[in-house]
Design a protein around this ligand. Structure first.
Ligand code: ZN
Length: 65
């Protein structure tokens, strides 16, 4: 991260602004994507029983009633 900051400082000003903006956008996008993927994976995983692998959709639906 320190190395990245030094590269940023050595770059010409207009380019560095664009690069840092793109970098921040990329990091935020990656974090959001990772978070959403993690949430989706957790939701999908929770659909099946961790012990016998049977679907828990019917179980969840029955519990909701
Ligand atoms: Zn089970």
């Amino acid at each position: 991260m320190v190395r990245l900051f030094h590269i940023w400082l050595s770059l010409p000003r207009p380019t560095s602004r664009k690069v840092i903006d793109m970098l921040i956008a990329a990091v935020v996008a990656a974090l959001v994507l990772g978070f959403l993927t993690g949430m989706l994976a957790f939701r999908v995983k929770s659909r099946w029983c961790p012990e016998c692998g049977a679907t828990t959709v019917a179980l969840t639906a029955a519990r909701a009633r």
